[in-house]
Design a protein. Structure first.
Length: 406
């Protein structure tokens, strides 16, 4: 039974208009105003939907929201992976990739420490731990995929996203400040920082030049969306087939249970099929423009939806505890990044960007590289960060299943 709302659950077009429109407004505000960029478009999308739902303007449940989980999120995942050619990642960004993987060890360790410290205090921490492991290795697309995989309640997802974005904002401020600190510059090599200082290059014009509009044709849009539909359809059918033929349950061998969970999972299969396709047919995918932008927009629609069922009292109750959990994860990631970076003689810029790509994803890491003038690291960190989408799904699934046994 649903409470009365101004827009009813069967007002399909009005609800789609709200989801698509508010996602667009959130992106506009994030890119137009400095206060919005600090807050993040994801939080703007979520909070706007949460307020309207709590004011009974939009319903807290509707078939339109279910459609976003069932269709929009699966389509977003392959679109964001179109540039994840594993061979190209190694050839062009092998050094950054190693640093990224070392940094991700900190994420996993932080999730384990945080879970065992807080599992008796925070309900559903097994699901949250899996989601945040995926998110803090990949990005928001992993949080979306894993929250669907674990069937995490909407209010829990909303609280987690609030805590996640608050922590990311604070951590990014810290990462932006580190290159100016004498302590870090005395302990690590800083070739890119030195180059910028020697050349006296300004950052603002570089950022504006880099983020200029792309030329995208009708064919690009058609191929992006059409290919994404094919990849989702094939992957989900294969997962359904494996789930049916591989035995599972308490009375079967543990190996079969693991195989069923891995091969029968829609999102793991989608990640795997997309990765194989992008690597084998790399020339086709590299020619498609705009897939990253379309996929990101779809993820913003997801952020609007997860704000809808959020109860303000529940968020105020849960977010502070979840903030402690994500603080532990981010702290462990930072410690691991700088310790491994020192041991294996990585540059300060590589360490900072690898950690940024873990916690925020490829776009935030690339944006930081641009803002700092480290132009030669922009493309490599975008490539490596995109690989994080793939690794994050696997790591988050394993951690989530493991935590659920406690």
């Amino acid at each position: 039974m649903y409470l009365f709302s101004l827009i009813q659950t069967d007002d399909t077009w009005l609800l789609w208009a709200f989801l698509a429109g508010w996602a667009a407004v959130s992106i506009y505000l994030e890119q137009k105003y400095s206060w919005a960029s600090k807050l993040s478009g994801a939080i703007i999308a979520l909070v706007g939907a949460m307020l309207l739902a709590n004011l009974n303007i939009i319903p807290t449940a509707a078939p339109v929201y279910d459609a976003v989980w069932s269709y929009v999120v699966p389509l977003a995942l392959p679109l964001l992976l179109f540039q994840s050619n594993i061979l190209k990642i190694w050839n062009e960004s092998g050094r950054l990739l190693i640093m990224f993987l070392l940094s991700s060890i900190g994420t996993v360790f932080g999730a384990i420490v945080g879970f065992f410290l807080l599992k008796d205090i925070i309900p559903g921490l097994d699901k949250i731990g899996g989601m945040m492991t995926g998110s803090y290795i990949g990005g928001s697309v992993n949080l979306a995929a894993l929250s669907a995989r674990f069937e995490t309640p909407g209010e829990v997802v909303s609280s987690t996203v609030v805590a996640d974005n608050m922590m990311m904002a604070l951590y990014f401020l810290a990462l932006m400040a580190i290159p100016a600190m004498r302590f870090f510059r005395s302990k690590f090599g800083t070739p890119h920082i030195n180059e910028v200082e020697q050349n006296g290059e300004g950052n603002e014009n570089q950022a504006a030049a880099y983020w200029k509009g792309k030329e995208i044709s009708l064919k690009d849009i058609a191929f992006s969306i059409g290919t994404a539909f094919v990849l989702v359809a094939v992957s989900f059918k294969l997962a359904e087939l494996f789930s049916a033929i591989i035995p599972s349950g308490s009375d079967v061998n543990f190996i079969f249970h693991i195989l069923n969970a891995a091969l029968g999972d829609n999102y793991l299969m989608l990640t795997t099929i997309t990765l194989i396709s992008v690597t084998v047919f790399s020339r086709y995918f590299e020619r498609i423009k705009g897939a990253q932008e379309i996929g990101t927009y779809l993820i913003y629609i997801f952020f609007v939806v997860i704000g809808v069922p959020a109860s303000l009292p529940i968020i105020l109750q849960n977010a502070p505890l979840l903030l402690v959990f994500v603080l532990i994860m981010v702290g462990m990631n930072m410690i691991a990044s700088f310790v491994f970076g020192k041991i294996f003689k990585f540059n300060l810029e590589e360490i900072i960007l690898a950690s940024n790509a873990n916690i925020g994803g490829p776009t935030t890491a690339a944006a930081m590289a641009i803002s700092k003038g480290w132009n030669r690291l922009v493309a490599p960190i975008l490539i490596v960060g995109t690989l994080g989408y793939i690794i994050g799904n696997y790591a988050g699934t394993v951690i989530g299943y493991w935590f659920s046994t406690f």
